[in-house]
Ligand binder design. Sequence first.
Ligand SMILES: Nc1ncnc2c1ncn2[C@@H]1O[C@H](COP(=O)(O)OP(=O)(O)OP(=O)(O)O)[C@@H](O)[C@H]1O
Length: 273
Amino acid sequence: MDGPRGVAASGVHGAALRPVMGAGGLGRGPAMSYGAIGLDDAGVTLHGTPVWQHVTGSFPPGSMTAIAGANGAGKSTLLRAILGEVPLAAGRITLGGLRAQDFGYLPQARIIDRAFPISVTDMVLSGAWRQTGAFGAAGRTVRQRAADALRRVGLEKQAGRMIDALSAGQFQRLLFARLLMTDATVIMLDEPFTALDAPTTQDLLALVREWHAQGRTIIAVLHDMHQIRTCFPHVVLLSGGQAIWGETARILTPGMLQRAYDTPQPTWAGSPA
Ligand SMILES: Nc1ncnc2c1ncn2[C@@H]1O[C@H](COP(=O)(O)OP(=O)(O)OP(=O)(O)O)[C@@H](O)[C@H]1O
C-alpha cells in the first residue's frame, strides 16, 4: 500500500468483520513522519457508470476532514478507493508513505454481519490482530488494553456478551473500542454516528476529537451539516460527480449545498467552523 494507487490499483477486501487495519501499538500515531494522502485527477467508475471524476485534493497529516454529499454521491467509494478496495478508472492516489497498517477503518454499521458469533471482548481484541496474529492468543498487555478500550467507550459491563446482544448504539461504541486498539495514524469513519442518540454521539465525537488532538488524520463521511460545521475544519463535498474540496465555512454555503443535494437547505444557527 506504499505506492501510488494508479488506474490498475485494486484489492477489494471481503468480509465486513475482517480485522480493522491498524498497527495495534505499532502505528505512527501522532508523529508527522509521513506525507499527505493525495488524489490527483482521480476517478472511479463502477459497472460502467462514473461515480466521481477528476478529483484532485489532499488530506494533510493531522487534518480533520468530513466527506459530505447526497446518497449515492460516492462518499463510501472515496474512502474505499483510498484504502485500495476500489480500483481507479483514472488518475492516482498517493499515500505519503503510509502503509496499510497505518489506516483504521470503521465501515457503515449496516454492512457488518452482527450475527457473527463473537464476544464483545474478542471483537475488540481483533483490532490488535497485527500484534497477536489472526489466531494468536492475546497477551496480558493486549487484554488490558482491550479492557481499557471498552471502559473508554462505556462498555465494560458488556465485555462478556456476544455482539448480537448489543443495541445499535452499543455496537457502534464497540467498533470505536476496536479502532482504539489499532492505534492507527489515519482514521477513516463511514457514517459513524448514524442512528445514535445524542449522548452516544457526543461520547464518540469526543473520542474522534481526542484522536485529532493526538495528531492523527481523521476522514469521516457525515450527513449532519451542523456536526461538520462545528467539528470539521475541512470538507470534501461530492456533487454531480465532482469533488469540491476546502475549508468548511467556504464550501458549505447554502448554494453549494443546494446544488449538491438538489433541494433547498435549511439555514443553520451554528457558527461556521
Ligand atoms: N459494488 C458496487 N457495484 C456497483 N455500483 C456500486 C457499488 N458500490 C456502490 N456503487 C454505486 O456507486 C455509487 C456511489 O455509492 P457510495 O456507496 O459510494 O455512495 P455514498 O455517497 O456513500 O451513499 P450513501 O450516502 O447512500 O451511503 C452509487 O450509485 C452506488 O449505487
